[in-house]
Ligand binder design. Structure first.
Ligand SMILES: Nc1ncnc2c1ncn2[C@@H]1O[C@H](COP(=O)(O)OP(=O)(O)OP(=O)(O)O)[C@@H](O)[C@H]1O
Length: 281
């Protein structure tokens, strides 16, 4: 009789109903396993350029599939942290660990500039994101699928030069998505877009993140963008994580809603108080 009400998770021993903490722990672990995203753990991360200490001890765990935004004053080290996570810079001290069997293709970065090859048509630009899989027989089909995902299926034969700024960023997003990354790092990807295009791109980023269940790490100057998109906002200050804020607002989120505005206001106040220099967020 007791056995009938025991709780079982995949590959787990049954636990007694009374052991709720253990059940919750296993549930969390199993939801991480179900996500396609990679979890990452950062311990004691330091980075300097010459004698300029940029990161002075970052400790952080990001569960698989979480959407994290990183905000902070200009020059506080947001891009440096992202570049270290993506393996584009070398670590001075500390460590960043991912799941086992992480391949380079598992982590992709999307930058503020689309960085498209001007001499290659849109579809070929997307295929570039496949790296060494570019020669595989399904490369073209995968690139077409990624283009459709970002709403540009009809632009496959165009040259980058004829696309708008927003369309170029969509192609850059398709190029990042085509390898099915498990972590997608965004370095101010919408910074150069006008306000309306920016909002539609934010919706697109949220949709692809929800559909594809990767882990998302977004560096942005825009605190309203951070609270609209992320599960969690990290405020970087003096080379450390000064605030780690959960965005406990259900999705789909309504832009301009009172709870998002209140959260945005409190983060902005923290940022403004953190330094007496004029704001250059
Ligand atoms: N390759 C490099 N060589 C020397 N200094 C660097 C290098 N990369 C970054 N820095 C310096 O490290 C500091 C942090 O730069 P980083 O780009 O990470 O800041 P950020 O918070 O992303 O800034 P922003 O919001 O303005 O983009 C800055 O002072 C910058 O000048």
């Amino acid at each position: 009789m007791q056995e009938a009400i025991r709780f079982r998770l995949p590959d787990a021993e049954p636990v007694e109903p009374a052991d709720f903490i253990e059940q919750a722990r296993r549930l969390r672990r199993s939801s991480e396993v179900l996500s396609r995203g990679l979890a990452l753990t950062i311990r004691g991360l330091h980075k300097s350029f010459g004698d300029h200490q940029v990161l002075r001890g970052i400790d952080l765990h990001i569960p698989a599939g979480q959407f994290v935004a990183i905000v902070g004053r200009s020059g506080c080290g947001k891009s440096t942290l992202l570049r270290l996570i993506a393996g584009l810079e070398t670590i001075d001290a500390g460590a960043i660990s991912f799941g086992e069997e992480t391949r380079p293709e598992d982590i992709r970065v999307m930058f503020q500039e689309p960085r498209l090859l001007p001499w290659a048509r849109v579809l070929s630009n997307v295929e570039v994101g496949l790296g060494r899989d570019r020669a595989s027989s399904d490369a073209q089909a995968r690139a077409e699928k990624a283009l459709t995902e970002v709403g540009l299926g009809d632009k496959r034969g165009q040259w980058p030069a004829v696309l708008s700024g927003g369309q170029k960023q969509r192609v850059a997003l398709a190029r990042a998505l085509v390898s099915d990354p498990r972590i997608l790092a965004f370095d101010e990807p919408l910074g150069a877009l006008d306000a309306l295009t920016r909002i539609s791109m934010q919706r697109l980023l949220e949709r692809v993140w929800r559909d594809q269940a990767f882990t998302a790490i977004l560096v942005t100057h825009d605190v309203s963008e951070a609270v609209a998109l992320a599960d969690r906002v990290l405020v970087l200050e003096d080379g450390r994580i000064a605030h780690d804020i959960k965005v406990d607002v259900p999705r789909p989120r309504r832009r301009g809603s009172a709870d998002l505005a209140a959260l945005e206001g409190s983060i902005l106040r923290e940022l403004l108080q953190s330094n007496s220099e004029p704001s250059d967020l």
